[in-house]
Structure formats: structure tokens, C-alpha cells
Design a protein around this ligand. Structure first.
Ligand code: SF4
Length: 361
């Protein structure tokens, strides 16, 4: 089958139904990427409306609880001890400081508080402090998320028992491009940590970074890896590289904006029930580009002016953009309320779809 015929077939199949699939082939993913832009956006928006309120975005806040001096060699990262950046290092924050930040985030509309530490993996001596942070965030009525590096099975269970809702562990890039970016831990190490998080009963936040000098096929391969996990991640951050002086990727070529938007759209189509998060790199995107990302199916962002150590748009700018677009922020609801809301969204979107088809017939 030619690429365009294959693209049309994929297009037709996904518009009619968007089941969760775990058997995506690279050729199918490439065919999605190769679709005409307007068709891709339409399909992504159609899939999006089958599962979500198209005018709602989930908002998280991310705090660095331990900054810099990381022994890993991630070539994009300002926090790696091997990269000569001007980052100010910080020890593990006190629990009280973390909870103060969480309270502020809640007051600004965040429903999830994410805490990130620049570690290869948490040490046993750090665990009691980390567990107290989770309990404190949960006591505020927020969802909690952590990213602490690799986890053992036992550590994953401890985090779950403390009430951690999500664990973030990105695959970063394709298995094929991986060795160009990180050599101190393997792709399989990452998959093992995700497996431990799942086995412990927590939700998975896992995505990647684009603009790392990878080829187009690597972006397709990364999304295939994520979608073909035994259970797709509930949250899929798609990051645009933030180039940091002193890192080996400081001078890598920019990724074309449309290639980034295509990534969001393809992620939405392949992982229809996941929150696709527009993550790092947003401060370099104008309002129009961010809007296209929302149209492509992104429905989660980080609020707050720092993303671990990279710049993020000011909360006020986000609020203004949401007002211009008529976007509301998601609230936390219990499971029955979520189910009722999803049903209502599906019904409303079905009506919209019929109206749309009537209008174009
Ligand atoms: S990305 Fe994470 S693991 Fe890699 S160097 Fe940075 S802080 Fe360390």
C-alpha cells in the first residue's frame, strides 16, 4: 500500500472508532505523521472529543525538590553534574517548604502537585522525607506526582502506600536514538521502573522530548513505544527541548513547529484516553502555537514560572490565553462524578459531530 493510501486507511479506521491499541507498527505511525496537516488535526480533534471535554485542560504544578548534581549523563539536562551549566544546586528541600509551595499551587488552580528530584534513584535515607511530602500534599486534597529517577519494586510500593497517585518516568526518545542522549541507564531500566510503578498500582506519567537532534522516524518510534506499553500511560508529557548553554545539545538544530504539533496530534490519536501534556518548551511558543497544540489534543499543562529548572510562561499569561480560547481548568472529582462527566462529554461531542457532519455534507 502506498503511504497516502495507508494514511487514508488509518484515517478512516480511527475516525470511525478509537480503540486503545497496543500493536502500533512503525509504518502506521509514520503514516499518521505523513497525513495532510488539516486531516491530522481533524482526526486528532475527533478522537479527543470522544474521550474528553475539548475545552478543558488539566493543570499541574511542578516543583524541584532537589536540584542539580545529578550523576546521570542526559545530554539535554542542566542538572547533570557532567554538563557545565550555571545551575545553582540545592539539597533536598524541607517538607514544610514543599507543602507551602503546594498550597500556593492549589490556590492558583493546580489540581496536581508534581515533585522532581535530580537523582539516579532515591536513596533509602531520602525515602522517609519523600513519603512525608506525599502525605502532606494528599492532605491538601491535591493529586500527587513524583519523579525521582529509577525505582526498585519496594520503593514503588512505599510511594504507593504513602498515597502517591502518579509517578513520572519518561522514555525520553526512541530506543534507536537513546544511546546518543543517555548512556548511564538503559532503555530497559526505564521500562522496568514503569513496570514497578504499574505493579504497585500507581498511575504512570511517561512521555519524551523532541528536538534532540533525532530523526522523524525516532519521534514515531517513541510514540509507538509509549502506546504499545501493556497499559498506556495516563499522562503523556511531550516536551520540546529547552536548549541550555553548557549541555552537549545547546546548539542542536531547532525542530520545526509543525513537527512538534504533529507529535501532539499523533500522540492523541494513538493514546486516546491519556492526558497529553504540553510540557517543557512552552515559554518559547507563542499563543497561536499553543492553541494549535490544544486543537491537536493536548489537554494538560504545567502552571508556574519554573519547570524544574527551565522557564515556563507566567500563570497570568496562561489564564489570559485560556480566557481567549474559552478553556476551563479541570477539577478533581471522585470516580463516579468522572464517569458521569465522561458520559455527558461523549453525548455532547456526539451531537457536535453530527452537527459538524451535517454542516459539511
Ligand atoms: S534528566 Fe533527570 S536523570 Fe537525567 S541528568 Fe537530568 S535530573 Fe538527572
Amino acid at each position: 500500500m502506498s503511504l497516502s493510501a495507508e494514511s487514508a486507511a488509518v484515517n478512516q479506521a480511527t475516525i470511525e472508532k478509537s480503540p486503545i491499541r497496543h500493536n502500533w507498527t512503525l509504518a502506521e505511525v509514520e503514516a499518521l505523521f505523513a497525513m495532510p496537516f488539516n486531516d491530522l488535526m481533524f482526526e486528532a480533534q475527533t478522537v479527543h472529543r470522544q474521550h474528553f471535554n475539548a475545552n478543558e485542560v488539566q493543570v499541574s504544578t511542578l516543583l524541584s525538590i532537589k536540584t542539580g548534581a545529578c550523576p546521570e549523563d542526559c545530554k539535554y539536562c542542566s542538572q547533570s553534574a557532567r554538563n557545565k551549566t550555571n545551575l545553582e544546586k540545592e539539597r533536598l528541600l524541607e517538607v514544610e517548604k514543599v507543602l507551602e509551595a503546594a498550597e500556593k499551587a492549589k490556590a492558583m488552580g493546580s489540581t496536581r502537585f508534581c515533585m522532581g528530584a535530580a537523582w539516579r534513584n532515591p536513596k533509602e535515607r531520602d525515602m522517609p522525607v519523600v513519603l512525608d511530602m506525599i502525605k502532606g500534599v494528599k492532605a491538601l486534597g491535591m493529586e500527587s506526582c513524583m519523579t525521582l529517577g529509577m525505582l526498585s519494586e519496594q520503593q514503588a510500593e512505599q510511594l504507593q502506600e504513602a498515597g502517591l497517585d502518579y509517578y513520572n518516568h519518561n522514555l525520553d526518545t526512541s530506543p534507536e536514538h537513546y544511546n546518543q542522549i543517555i548512556t548511564t541507564r538503559t532503555y530497559q531500566d526505564r521500562l522496568d521502573t514503569i513496570d514497578h510503578v504499574r505493579s504497585a498500582g500507581m498511575k504512570v506519567c511517561s512521555g519524551g522530548i523532541v528536538g534532540l537532534g533525532e530523526k522523524a522516524i525516532d519521534r514515531a518510534s517513541l510514540l509507538a513505544q509509549l502506546a504499545n506499553l501493556p497499559q498506556q500511560p495516563e499522562s503523556v508529557p511531550i516536551n520540546m527541548l529547552v536548549k541550555v548553554e553548557g549541555t552537549p545539545l545547546a546548539d542542536v538544530d531547532d525542530l520545526e513547529s509543525f513537527d512538534f504539533i504533529r507529535c501532539i496530534a499523533v500522540a492523541r490519536i494513538m493514546m486516546p484516553k491519556s492526558h497529553v501534556r504540553l510540557s517543557a518548551g512552552r515559554s518559547a511558543m507563542n499563543e497561536q502555537m499553543q492553541s494549535l497544540c490544544f486543537l491537536a489534543g493536548a489537554n494538560s499543562i504545567f502552571y508556574g514560572c519554573k519547570l524544574l529548572t527551565a522557564e515556563n510562561p507566567e500563570t497570568d499569561q496562561d489564564t489570559q490565553l485560556f480566557n481567549k480560547l474559552g478553556i476551563n481548568t479541570e477539577t478533581i472529582a471522585d470516580d463516579s462524578a468522572v464517569a458521569a462527566k465522561q458520559l455527558k462529554t461523549a453525548l455532547v461531542n456526539e451531537q457536535h459531530k453530527d452537527l459538524f457532519y451535517d454542516a459539511v455534507r
